[in-house]
Design a protein around this ligand. Sequence first.
Ligand SMILES: Nc1nc2c(ncn2[C@@H]2O[C@H](COP(=O)(O)OP(=O)(O)OP(=O)(O)O)[C@@H](O)[C@H]2O)c(=O)[nH]1
Ligand SMILES: [Mg+2]
Ligand SMILES: [Zn+2]
Ligand SMILES: [Zn+2]
Length: 418
Amino acid sequence: MSLDLLTRLDPLRRIRCPSCFAEFAAFQMHVRCSSGICRDDFGRQVDDPVLTRTLTGQTADGNRSALKAPWWVDPRRDPRRRVGWLLDWLVLPGSLTCPQCLHPAELRLCPRCHRELPDRVLSQPRAGSITVFGPPTVGKTTYLTVLLQEIKKATDLPRRLGLRPLDEATRQRYRQDYFDVTYGPRGGKSPRRAHTSTMPLDLDRRVLQPLIFELKTTAPGPGPLVSFCDLAGQDWENNIALLRSEGGHLVRRARGLLFVIDPLRIPEVKARVPDLTPEEETGVTADYVEDADKLADFFAKVPIRTPLAICLNKLDRWGPLLGEDTTLYQVARSVRTKDPDRALDRAIHEEILAALHRWGQQEFLDRLVADFPVHRFFACSALGDAAQVTQGASPPLPTPLLVERAALWLLERQRLLR
Ligand SMILES: Nc1nc2c(ncn2[C@@H]2O[C@H](COP(=O)(O)OP(=O)(O)OP(=O)(O)O)[C@@H](O)[C@H]2O)c(=O)[nH]1
Ligand SMILES: [Mg+2]
Ligand SMILES: [Zn+2]
Ligand SMILES: [Zn+2]
């Protein structure tokens, strides 16, 4: 479909790519042919070094050739237009003619990653993102799976929220790789089970492609797009240089950062949990100061203003260690009956500060204050009681605790929620 006139008349409009988070003016978008002829006839396809870089991480050079794709062009560099592109500052071309099939080329591409930009991206300038990262097996993927179900049930908002996948790719990937694993049937071919480690990016670059949803409220019209990125703990732990060079943009340009940690990696906590699982027994000791430094190294300078939520996950395991008069104990034991709200968030933030101080993590707290002034602590359990089951058995459905609170805070800081 060719662009609507309103969008065409605003070529300086800022666009944010929901895949790679690059920002650019509308007139900088590239254009691709979408005709069936060019899609199906490889003979008509042309080199696409930008897409090659996105999908394989490789630059086309003498030895490596670029992937082929339907004809595309940077409208400002199309030699057929001579100086005609100067008009793009005033009005975007509706379409260009594909020289391979002579059909109008109308698909808009992000100039940085060459992923297609659907009209919804162009017509809705408000967009947000949450990049979830942290060490391996702290529960990031499970958290995201459950978050995307629970965010719809947030209680202290005037409007109910909904999420709608931006495209079929996001719908399918969320269903297969996330939802079916945690919420699928108990028996059958692929029964409900614990998530396995997310593949590091040198094995599967899909980890660099966010899941993109439209955030629906009851307000009329399209809602903002929100991209959720679930990075692999193995990349964070063992391959940070590669993560920084290949996926650094997902951290640097994120509008919200969510650092998931598992307090059972803190010796003071681990020593007090009575029934450690074999995984918990062998889990490596956390070094959160190092994690904070790793994160800061993604950026050119500190302090970093991107909102950072630090979520102490697996509350079902460590919450009961706290005093019976604490909110966290009461949430973990499910004896609290009030719906969560901001007052609860603040109380929990304070309790976590005190607990981390007791657990010998004061240097981490100081580092956050200095380098990430916009930060807030949260506690949650994605699985709740459903986690307390012997490994291997098909687990019950999650009974999450406070899983949406950190994400709501991040969306609020991005002015996508009020
Ligand atoms: N007790 C408890 N265990 C959990 C919870 N959430 C996840 N787990 C378990 O933690 C393990 C790791 O979960 P994942 O979601 O794969 O962790 P991850 O952080 O994505 O790991 P990587 O992909 O390797 O980085 C699994 O065995 C989960 O069942 C929780 O809320 N409570
Ligand atoms: Mg994972
Ligand atoms: Zn992009
Ligand atoms: Zn064509």
